[in-house]
Design a protein around this ligand. Structure first.
Ligand SMILES: Cc1ncc(C[n+]2csc(CCOP(=O)(O)OP(=O)(O)O)c2C)c(N)n1
Ligand SMILES: [Mg+2]
Length: 1018
């Protein structure tokens, strides 16, 4: 049977051109195999076949214009049939039969009846009751309250907690319906979430673990003190790790599984400035030497240790740069999400790996720390565990002196749908809490603010007795039999390995939601007067002899006074119980942590013909470089090696960039699939969400999208699987918005492509000041391993992209790319001969304009402004007899790197013949001054000024953008062809190569206002 394959609904587009034919007569195709590619003036999209079969004839050719219903091909197959008529929309997975207008569902009828019956109430009566409720929080009727509490107690005893919760929820719902819209608190009492009797017990040997922890504490502090004794400018932190030691130790001894042959490994984001403690443990494990510890924070020329976790500096050790506060939390959320993405797409196995993130309580002030927590619960990231070290202090003082950070965070996380585990009190409190039948102890715990809790631990047992317990006689009585020492020993949850173990154990078992552990600790724990729980703790990096002796005694470190005064490290013998235990624990958990390795197979190069189309002239077709990018990605999706590895990332701008064709083709990742029939399901670019979807449609979060880019770009080390993230954004909302994350991508050695689309100050015409980017290229130049290009033509983009794949995947270079693409449509020429190398090195001779050969000028143009240069060269040639060489500068940034490198080499080798920089080798045999221009600030082109001996004039788009047409904007910023002609004539006059009259004439001819101020002040 023959069936026609027709163009489906393609939305608003009509009469669109066929740019590729992807099948031929006689080809056997599967359902959804592409037949042709269509391209409008904004985007290109493949048309898939709705049937399987054999193509018997093609009814169209390249260049034909088609609309909905146009016949593309004829397919032969017995099974071929008309496409299915759309099914009625589904709700909650169940089909809904359409109702006639008057029909009312029985359920709805019931609801109406109930509503009507309640509406009969006398409104006056209602108002009276309500007014009684305004009680300022006081108990209006304690007897009634008691009755309710007793009822609740009875329910808990009879039917359990779940039933009680259910009833409470019901009550809250009823109260809301009655008009009580006061938020019901999401905060629970200031006690541990896990009751003592329900704690899972640690199987560890607590005595040995305490000794190990003490040694780690000592070595971590000694490392900082020793470095600062050498040179006080080195800095470092003791107090943070001192507060977090138990949190790390329990994880290291019992929970965190390393990468091995059979397991992918848990991923741990260590709090940045707790690094000394992580080094101290690695020292005991034999992974770091005494020499390395002695060289903490001295990395230049010696084998030192970096101040904070920096994979760039310690590529075999650190996995995640976390010290820029807030980035660790957001990166880890997206890491957990990306892990699920890989699992759902079938690219890695689900091994139950966990992502653990450590952060400070002060760090939660950063919007990045909390800004993505709802994504974590929405996506049910039960592979994610946050541990927030609530030592109540940040750098200057208390985090919430007048409040309680743990309670505040509990409300926020619980509200966002996380599992919250509070670890506030240590085991020594358990008995007191059981003994206190009055409820006063919890009341006192609730009412104390963090400023007070901090002060308690900065003082002593007597102070705590007086100020904490002393407030109520019954509480004072509760501790009357305890000595001040005993009172002092009442520990905080985060320092109690039992409590921490129980919390971790519950966290790893939690299903369906992420967990946050809020652990209360003491900043500078054990530092005594020199730094325990005092405001200057964070900055304390020097400990005097007395303080060190105290610290040694506090943690029973077997060092003599002399050794302490020498600030010696302590490591027990290899066959000691401590070292054997420590190693045995890690062996059981698969090996060492942290450790950065990669066993990823490299992605095979794509076939050359994938790029061929883009190297050809586009003929009369006009398109933007963004469209060229989409075409290229569409072709790459046909390459079986590359296709599964591409991770298109878009923050809600796919339609802006003409990428909506990807929705249907490769699907949008959605962990729950698609529970609804999209409104545009009939269309070719329908919004298709899929559990196996490939596109990461992030919504409006550049921070989130960048975090996904980093997760995908470092997948080669964190998941041993190379991926190719292509993150496309409004260029203005890239570097400017998320520079710190991009810096962190560099440190993480992420690989991938950042695409600054709609780039340039005059190219994105109508959008105005906030959108028009004239500096992202300069920002990109500040990142050492970021390779950036501003190509003009499709073939340049293709050559650069192809080389990027080669360098990042074939050669395994730890670099990433920033490419600016534009939304300006124009014709693209065929690639000139032998320019590939030049494209990659940053410039090549695009065209020579030869006429009389008397006066010459070198015109260097980048991005869209190259086209103004070409037009200017034509005018100069035709109207003024001036010859020129037009250079396409694909990267001023790359040219500068080469210039710097060559100059440095020459200066270091003064006695040998100097080498030529690439810029010089291009220009030294050419005559005339250089005129350089781009759609970026002048300093972009200025970067190469030092590396040429020629006169150099640069033009660009300095100043705030504004909305107008491209033509007007280019005139305003003086980068249009008319200004380039005029400025060139003027520069030639200045060089005394032509009389100045020509420039004056041009100024008049083009109506250039000499008195208009420079755009930077407009
Ligand atoms: C973005 C950023 N801003 C500032 C700092 C400097 N800084 C380092 S630690 C710190 C205080 C940290 O307090 P907290 O998060 O409570 O951690 P703690 O040391 O108390 O565990 C500050 C402000 C930083 N590292 N990153
Ligand atoms: Mg803190």
């Amino acid at each position: 049977m023959s069936t026609k394959i027709t163009v489906p609904d393609i939305g608003d587009f009509d009469n669109v051109e066929i740019i590729e034919i992807l099948t031929k007569p006689g080809t056997k195709i599967k359902k959804n195999d592409p037949i042709v590619t269509l391209e409008s003036d904004k985007s290109s999209v493949e048309v898939p076949s709705p049937f399987a079969g054999v193509i018997s004839s093609l009814e169209v050719k390249i260049g034909d214009k088609v609309s909905k219903g146009s016949v593309l091909a004829i397919i032969e197959d017995n099974k071929a049939k008309e496409p299915e008529t759309p099914k009625p929309p589904k709700k909650n997975g169940q089909e809904v039969s359409e109702l006639k207008k008057e029909e009312i569902l029985p359920e709805t009828e019931k609801i109406i009846k109930v509503a009507e019956s309640t509406a009969i109430e006398d409104p006056k009566e209602k108002i009276e009751i309500k007014s009684k409720l305004y009680s300022d929080g006081h108990d209006l009727d304690p007897v009634e309250t008691q009755e309710w509490l007793e009822s609740l107690d009875a329910v808990v005893k009879k039917d359990g907690n779940d039933r009680a919760q259910y009833l409470l929820k019901k009550l809250i719902g009823e109260a809301y319906k009655e008009g009580s819209n006061q938020p019901i608190t999401r905060i629970t009492p200031y006690i541990n979430t896990i009751p003592a009797e329900l704690e899972t017990k640690s199987p560890g040997d607590q005595n040995i673990e305490r000794r190990i922890r003490s040694l780690i504490r000592w070595n971590a502090a000694a490392m900082v003190v020793k470095a600062n004794k050498k040179n006080p400018e080195l800095g470092g932190h003791i107090g943070t790790f001192a507060s977090a030691a138990t949190l790390y130790d329990v994880g290291m001894n019992h929970f965190w599984r390393a990468k091995s042959n059979t397991f992918g490994g848990d991923l741990i984001y260590f709090q940045g400035h707790s690094a000394p403690g992580i080094y101290a443990r690695a020292f005991l494990e034999g992974r770091l030497t005494t020499k390395q510890l002695e060289n903490f924070r001295q990395e230049v020329g010696v084998e030192g240790l970096s101040s904070y976790p920096h994979p760039w500096l310690m590529p075999k050790f650190w996995q995640f740069p976390t010290v820029s506060m807030g980035l660790g939390p957001v990166l880890s959320i997206y890491q957990a999400r990306f892990t699920k993405y890989l699992i759902n797409r079938g690219l890695i196995k689900d091994e139950g790996r966990k992502i653990w993130t450590f952060l400070g309580d002060g760090e939660t002030d950063e919007p990045e720390s909390l800004g993505a927590i709802s994504l974590a619960s929405r996506e049910k990231l039960d592979n994610l565990i946050f541990v927030i070290n609530c030592n109540l202090q940040r750098l200057d003082g208390p985090v919430r002196g007048n409040g309680k950070i743990i309670q505040e965070l509990e409300g926020i996380f619980r509200g966002a749908g996380w599992n919250v585990i509070k670890v506030i009190w240590g085991s020594y409190w358990d008995q007191l809490l059981t003994k206190d039948t009055s409820g006063l102890l919890i009341k006192r715990m609730n009412e104390c603010v963090d400023g007070e809790y901090q002060a308690f631990k900065a003082n002593n047992g007597a102070y705590v007795r007086e100020k904490f317990f002393g407030k109520y006689p019954a509480l004072k009585e509760l501790v009357s039999s305890m000595t001040d020492r005993d009172v002092w020993k009442l520990n905080r949850g985060g320092h109690d390995p039992h409590k921490v173990y129980a919390a971790y154990d519950e966290a790893i078992k939690t299903k369906g939601k992420p967990t946050v552990i809020l652990a209360k600790t003491i900043k500078g724990y054990g530092m005594g007067k020199s730094g325990e729980s005092i405001n200057i703790t964070h900055q304390q990096k020097k400990l005097g002899e007395e303080d060190l002796l105290y610290y040694r005694d506090r943690f029973d470190i077997p060092l003599t006074d002399k050794q302490v005064k020498n600030i010696e490290f302590y490591k027990p013998k290899e066959n000691s119980d401590e070292i054997e235990y420590l190693k045995e624990r890690r062996m059981k958990l698969g090996g060492n942590l942290p450790e950065r390795t990669s066993y990823a197979k490299s992605i095979k190069k794509p076939a050359k013909d994938i790029f061929e189309n883009l190297l050809k002239s586009s003929g009369d077709r006009e398109m933007s470089t963004t469209m060229a990018l989409v075409r290229m990605l569409t072709s790459l999706l046909r390459d079986k090696n590359i296709a599964p590895k591409l991770v298109p990332i878009i923050p809600d701008e796919a339609r802006t960039f003409g990428m909506e064709g990807f929705f249907r083709k490769i699907g949008i990742y959605a962990h729950e699939g698609q529970k609804y029939e999209p409104e545009d399901s009939e269309q070719l670019s329908s919004y298709r969400e899929d559990k196996k979807g490939q596109v990461l449609e992030e919504g409006i979060t550049e921070t989130g999208a960048m975090s996904s880019f980093i997760a995908a770009g470092t997948s080669y080390t964190n998941h041993d699987l190379e991926m190719i993230p292509v993150y496309t954004f409004y260029s203005m909302f890239g570097f400017q918005r998320v520079m710190d994350l991009i810096w962190s991508a560099g440190d993480s050695q992420a690989r991938g492509f950042l695409i600054g689309a709609t780039s340039g100050r005059t190219t994105l015409a109508g959008e105005g000041l906030q959108h028009q980017d004239g500096h992202s290229q300069l920002l990109a130049s500040t990142i050492p391993n970021c390779i950036s290009y501003d190509p003009t033509f499709a073939y340049e983009l293709a050559i650069i992209f192809q080389d990027g794949l080669r360098r990042m995947h074939d050669k395994q270079e730890n670099i990433f790319y920033y490419l600016t693409t534009m939304n300006e449509n124009y014709k693209h020429p065929e690639m000139p001969k032998d320019c590939e190398k030049g494209i990659l090195q940053g410039m090549y001779l695009y065209k020579e304009f030869k006429n009389k050969g008397k006066t010459n000028v070198q015109l260097l143009g980048s991005g869209t402004i190259l086209r103004e240069m070409i037009s200017a060269a034509e005018i100069l040639n035709k109207e003024y007899n001036i010859d020129s060489d037009v250079w396409s500068v694909t990267s001023f940034n790359e040219l500068r790197k080469n210039g710097m490198k060559t100059e440095r080499k020459n200066l270091l080798n003064p006695s040998i013949k100097p080498e030529k920089s690439y810029i010089e080798s291009c220009l030294n045999k050419k005559d005339g001054p250089i005129i350089a221009a781009s759609d970026y600030m002048r300093s972009f082109a200025d970067q190469i000024r030092p590396y040429t001996t020629k006169s150099f004039y640069s033009f660009g788009t300095d100043g705030y953008g504004r909305s107008d047409t491209r033509k007007n904007l280019r005139k305003f910023f003086e980068v249009d062809k008319e200004h380039i002609v005029t400025y060139t004539l003027s520069a030639l006059a200045k060089e005394q190569l032509i009389p100045s009259i020509y420039a004056e004439e041009a100024i008049n001819k083009y109506k250039i206002d000499k008195n208009k101020p420079i755009p930077t002040v407009l």
